[in-house]
Structures are given as C-alpha cells and as structure tokens.
Design a protein around this ligand. Structure first.
Ligand code: MSP
Length: 544
C-alpha cells in the first residue's frame, strides 16, 4: 500500500433498471464524469463508480409487465446503460450491478453486523408506500384525500388512497411484520454531524432542509419486505418460516462500499476499502437526499464506518417550467441530442447552461444558442482563423516568441494574465461544484484571445516585413492561449480538446496529470506543425 497515492472516490446513484437512461440520469452521471476527469488531470487517484439498482418491487413489476423474469429483464437493460454512458464519453472505473454475487454477499455481511449490534429489531409495519419511488412515508408527511375522514388512523383510511408527497402518484397501503433499523437513535448524531461539518452536504439550502427535517425527529425504518421476492434475503430470516428480502434502498446504498471491497473477505479487499473509504463525494439529485444524508450515514455509523465527506445534490432539469419526464411527454433522449450537438456539444451545454445545485430550464433554443455562440463562434472559430493564419503567414509552423519587443502590447500582457489566473479560478469553482463558473472563467481566456487577434490584426502585420517579430508574437501567444484553453476544457469536452492539441502538434490533453504545471504559459514548442483541420463545431439552426 503506497502512502503517496491520493484517492478521490466519487459515485453517482445507481439507477433503477425500469427503463432506459434519460436526460436526468445522464445529467448526474455527466457531472460526476467531468469532476472525475478534472481530478485525474490534477493527479488524483480517481475511482468513479456508477451502476444499476436492480432489485425491488418496481423492477420486478416492470419485468412482469414485459413478460420476462426480473433477471432476464435487468440483463437485457443493463447494456443499454453501458451504451448510453459510452456514447456520452463517461469514463467510469466500475459499473455496479446489485444482482452481482459479491455485492449480495457483502450486503448480507453488513446487515448481519447491524443485527448483531442490536440495531435491527422485528416489528409491525403499517403505513403507506410509494412504489415508483420505493419510499415509505410517515403519516405526518401525507395529505389524505378530502373524503377520507382526515386525521383518523391511517389504517382506517385504506379505502381512500393518498398520493405520494414527492411524485404525486398513488401510494399503496402496507401492513406486515418487518425488520426495522433503529434510525431514530441516530437523530442527534446526525444533527451534530451536519452542524459541525458544513462541507458534509451541499448546496447549503439542502443542508438546511436536512437539518430541519432531522430536528423534527426521525422514525425507525423498515428495512425488509415480506412479499417482495426480488431482493437480497435478510440472512437471519433465510431459513425461518418468515423469510424476508431487504428493502431495495438498504441494499442499494450499501453498493457504495461493496464496490470498493467492503465485506469481500480478502486482505487485499480490506486494504482497498481502507484506502478508498470514505468517499470524497456522492452525487445525487435533490429528490434522493434523505436517503443519502439521513439513512445512509446512520447505517454507516451503526456499522462503525466513517461517513462520506460530501453529498452534493443537483436540481431538476425542467422543460418549459415543468420537470422533464416521459409521462409529461416533454422528455428528450440523450441520443437525440448527441445526434444534433455532438457529444461535446451535449456535455458543454449541460455543464455550462444549467447551474449545478438548482433547477435549470433546458430548451432547444438555449442549446442552439450556446452551441453557435460559445462553441462554433468563440472557440471553434478562434482555432480555425488562427490555425489558417499560421498556415498563411508562418508556413504552418508555430513561430518562436521573440520576447517583449513591443512594450506597448498591453493586450498581449493581458492575455497572459488571464491565463495565469485561470488555475486558481477554475479550482475554486470546481471545489464548489460550480461547473458553469469554471467554464465561464475559461471563456474569459477564449474571449481575450479573440479580442487580441482582432485588435492586433495579424493580416495587417503580415504586410510589413518590419513587423515580422510582432506577428510572430501575436500568433505564438494566441496559439498558446488555445493550448491552455484545450487543457482546461478537456474535462468537459475531451474529444475536442484532444483534437485541438493534436492540431497544435501536441499529445492529448486528457493524458495530463498535472494540469497546473501543464497550463503554465509558454510551453508550446516553436516549430510545431499546426494543422487547420475541419471546423470543430458546425453552426446549427434552431428547430423552434
Ligand atoms: N435507484 C435509486 C438510487 C439509489 S442510489 C443508492 C434512484 N434511481 S433513479 O433511476 O430514479 O435515478 C435517480 C437519479 O436521476 C437522481 O439523481 C435523480 O435526481 C436523477 N433524475 C431523474 N429525473 C431527473 C430530472 N428531470 N432532472 C435531473 N435529474 C433527475 O433514485
């Protein structure tokens, strides 16, 4: 075990296999991928987990409706997720499937540990359950329908079915003997944790939401189901006359540690787990923060394990003010958008135009605007114009920088300053999960380079042999700005960055492992062949 490695373990939620991936699940995954790529470029030993949540009633029902067994169903759909992530250039390290034998075994070991510690007991569950969300709801969270004799005992209101406070779909009433986790016991522990560790949950609004929920008190959590077959057996009930399967969320949350060796049994697995855990960040959508910020940390604490350093929640993607979803008919598929905008156009749009952490409206119009304005005009055009000027005026090779021969070249100095400040600005933004802010900072350099080219007019300098040094300096500096931009945009637009680097006669940006050093000004070797190539982004028309 080398002490030098610096682990950066990050995760996405594992997605339900009840449908193919959509823009919402792709959004969480993309944000995690951009962070993973960025951290790799800083030299961190990144381990990026994504995967599938394959158990539970919802998946079981989807399979039955399709006339398949649950295992056939998940085996059929799993490759569709892997394909979608490939199409989006998502570079994960491990793809979890909760039907995997090793995961099941480790989950059982985790549950057994809690059972032996006295944190799990048997009791009667009576209440409402949301199947699409796989969530139990307390009576106090639910609004009973008008005709249900409000305020009465929930059980008496079985005839009138309330809707889920989260997704608004009808709940189902469940009454059965279950096994419970002593969640309520950890209320004060969790309050202390979030009060004392502001970085434990972001953004701040979500942390406040969790704190106020905690202060209102917690109920113990049912962690088993008597009538759901498609799940991991609770080990101590397996041979009893009342065998139960694990509540799907209990099984799913544990994937974050089974993926890195927890409970696998070998010394190497234990070492891996000790090295990787706790996770640096769990990426989640705002709809699943209670699971990740209340249930999961309590489970970990009960098992004597450290808590994740940060859980970060993003908002929803909205179209025309509404949550985008299939049932509303306003869903767009990742493939449709990749066809139109290319993979990097897709990645750039979601990271630049939607503020991470709050709800964001997306539209075709905005996508076209970003694509044409930021990518085709600002970035793509800068490269084409510049590379063709180098072709025309310098026989296609990078000129040598002549030194500060024109003291009045304030714009040249300004360009270098913008580049010099970039590392600190991007780092600061990325540490705050402000992807859009990081890209905006990078665009300051793109804009400065365009301005510099415009103001110094190389086409005029080229006409005057006396100004050859000045021409060399302008072209060299702008090429250097392009190199730096390609490095900083590589986490978001890996293909384009590697292409620009190759046109500059350089190795791939995505292979960099010390971004700060690589982005220091002046490293483009004079004499490199510069290739113009096709436009990086072709302008588009809006369809709306
Ligand atoms: N299986 C659970 C997670 C278990 S993690 C231990 C689950 N799966 S899910 O398939 O429903 O995917 C959840 C993820 O997709 C969340 O991060 C959620 O916010 C995201 N999105 C689903 N629709 C969304 C939008 N319209 N917009 C943005 N993201 C949303 O929950």
């Amino acid at each position: 075990m080398t002490a030098k490695r610096s682990s950066y373990y990050l995760t996405t939620p594992i997605y339900y296999v009840n449908d193919v991936p959509h823009l919402g699940t792709a959004y969480t995954t993309l944000a995690a991928d951009v962070m993973a790529r960025y951290r790799r470029m800083l030299g961190h030993d990144v381990y990026f987990l994504t995967g599938l949540d394959e158990h539970g009633q919802k998946v079981e029902q989807a399979a039955t409706a399709a006339g398949m067994t649950p295992q056939e169903w998940v085996d059929d759909l799993a490759p569709k997720f892997a394909d979608a992530w490939k199409m989006l250039n998502i570079n994960y390290d491990v793809f979890m499937r909760t039907t995997d034998g090793a995961h099941k075994k480790s989950v059982q070991a985790f549950a057994a540990r809690l059972y032996e510690n006295g944190d799990i007991y048997s009791g009667n569950y009576e209440g409402w359950y949301c199947l699409p969300d796989e969530t139990y709801w307390a009576e106090s969270d639910i609004e009973m329908p008008e005709d249900s004799g409000e305020g009465g005992d929930v059980a008496q209101n079985e005839g009138a079915v309330p809707n889920c406070p989260d997704c608004n779909r009808p709940l189902q009433f469940v009454r059965e003997k279950n096994w419970f986790f002593r969640l309520s016991k950890y209320t004060d522990f969790l309050i202390d944790h979030y009060e004392n560790n502001p970085q434990a949950m972001g953004p701040d609004t979500r942390r406040n939401e969790i704190l106020s929920f905690l202060r209102s008190g917690l109920h113990d959590l049912s962690i088993s189901r008597a009538n759901v077959e498609w799940g991991i057996p609770l080990p101590w009930t397996e041979d009893s006359d009342d065998p139960q399967t694990m509540y799907v969320w209990f099984d799913a949350l544990i994937n974050y540690i089974t993926a890195i060796g927890f409970g696998a049994g070998t010394e190497a697995d234990d070492e891996e787990f000790a090295y990787r855990w706790p996770a640096q960040v769990h990426y989640v959508g705002k709809d699943i923060i209670r699971f990740h910020c209340i249930i999961w940390p309590a489970m970990l604490h009960a098992a004597g394990l450290a808590l994740p350093k940060t859980v970060y929640a993003h908002g929803f993607l909205l179209t025309k003010g509404e949550k985008m979803s299939k049932s509303r008919g306003n869903a767009m598929t990742p493939a449709e958008l990749v066809d139109r905008f290319g993979v990097d156009g897709y990645r750039y749009y979601f990271m630049r135009d939607v503020s991470f952490g709050v709800d964001g409206s997306i539209s075709d119009e905005a996508m076209v605007q970003r694509f044409n304005g930021d990518l085709a005009n600002d970035w793509g055009n800068l490269c084409s114009r510049l590379f063709s000027m180098v072709g025309k005026y310098c026989e296609g090779v990078a000129p040598a920088y002549v030194g500060d021969i024109h003291a009045e070249d304030a714009e040249g100095a300004a360009l270098r300053d913008v580049a010099a400040e970039l590392f600190a600005r991007v780092e600061d933004a990325m540490n705050r999960f402000d992807y859009s802010g990081a890209l905006n900072a990078i665009w300051d350099l793109v804009r400065a380079a365009n301005r510099y080219l415009e103001d110094s007019a190389p086409w005029g300098l080229a006409k005057d042999p006396e100004k050859a040094d000045q021409l060399a300096n302008v072209l060299y500096s702008t090429l250097e700005a392009c190199r730096v931009v390609a490095l900083y945009t590589a986490a978001t637009m890996p293909e384009t960055s590697d292409e620009v680097m190759s046109r500059l006669g350089l190795g791939p940006a995505t292979a960099v492992i010390d971004l700060e050093a690589a982005a220091k000004w002046g490293q483009l070797p004079a004499g490199n062949t510069i290739r113009k190539g096709d436009p990086l982004f072709q302008r588009l028309e809006s369809t709306t």
